[in-house]
Design a protein around this ligand. Sequence first.
Ligand code: ATP
Ligand code: MG
Length: 382
Amino acid sequence: MITSLRLVNFKNFADETLRIGPFTVIVGANASGKSNIRDAFRFLHGIGRGYTLAEILGGKYGGGGQREWEPIRGAPNEVVRFGQVQFSLEIGFELHGSELHYLIEVGYEPAGFLFLQEKLTSNAETFETFETSLSPYEGRPILLQEREAVYRETIDLLDSMRFLEPSPDRMREPSFPSANILGDSGENLPTVLEGICDNPKRKEILADWLSELTPMDVADFEFPRDPSGRVHLMLCEKNGRKVSAYSASDGTLRFLAMLAVLLGENPAGLYFFEEIDNGIHPVRLNLLMDLIERQTAKSGIQVLTTTHAPTLLTVMNDNTLENTSVVCRLEDTSDAIIRPVAELPNVRKLRQDQGLGRLHESGWMEDALFFTEDYDEAEDGS
Ligand SMILES: Nc1ncnc2c1ncn2[C@@H]1O[C@H](COP(=O)(O)OP(=O)(O)OP(=O)(O)O)[C@@H](O)[C@H]1O
Ligand SMILES: [Mg+2]
């Protein structure tokens, strides 16, 4: 399980650390840097996929010219914080009861990017690898070449991340029977759901949650084949009415994508959802939060999301509060800081009295953060 992400001179973060739990929520104003955190995770995931720096940053194309991997936003010139020449990313994670850290430092020169340093440390041992002679842009991280289990497991952890941006139109499309992994836009939904329904217990949970999350009373799912053998999705209600994925609502399909992630077989270790509340009614958001909080607590799957929705903050449970952070831009600069909401002054009492959503709407989090930062600086100076 990943427990922290430290960003140094990456995009608009000088040196900030995000606390990560089973379910992590990131809030903050527009252009504060929430999606920049996602970009940092994508960078690390690119390492896990075994790509070169050029591929991670600039995109990877398959033999037929199709894009297998999207470039990192802002690459190449705007990945390093403005005015800097190198960045580093470091994740903290737990492996077999030990706390480990993996750090990667990347330099940016006129000729391109190069890996400067890679380091894997644990409480008990330090595994360290340096490499500065890799030709710009061509190098792959060295950890990939190591054989020891701890290196492989680190790479697996980075590899096991998914970045979902469900698109209802893609979810409506039929899928091939062998395509049993949900695509980043929600592709292959019919096949993935069919896999869940092969297990009667999971199928019941799926139908129950879908009935909870939507006004439909879903009793069953059907997966008819078309003449070309592709799998279609039909939702069957208790009253006998059947609705195909083509005419299911956008919100229903978004819930199904979430359920496919949380109930499907062979899930990834970590899912990053941009704005999970997108297109979801506030009342249902309450239930969706309940579902994610329960499933992440027991399944070992980690979910990270950015949000602007006050409702989501109001209904989150105490554990999620501990893993909720606010990203806030400092005045007169594009730099931003990341702080756990639970550490803002008096937050628990105010949350009890007013609800976190209201505090968020009123701009209290940013005000409280500035107050604390100014106060800390004054203390440092004295
Ligand atoms: N290399 C860089 N150096 C400094 N700041 C940068 C750099 N690259 C991007 N930024 C800042 O990051 C901002 C974009 O941040 P991001 O896309 O993460 O916002 P967000 O919090 O996701 O906002 P929204 O809620 O609108 O999606 C830019 O407006 C810019 O100010
Ligand atoms: Mg964003």
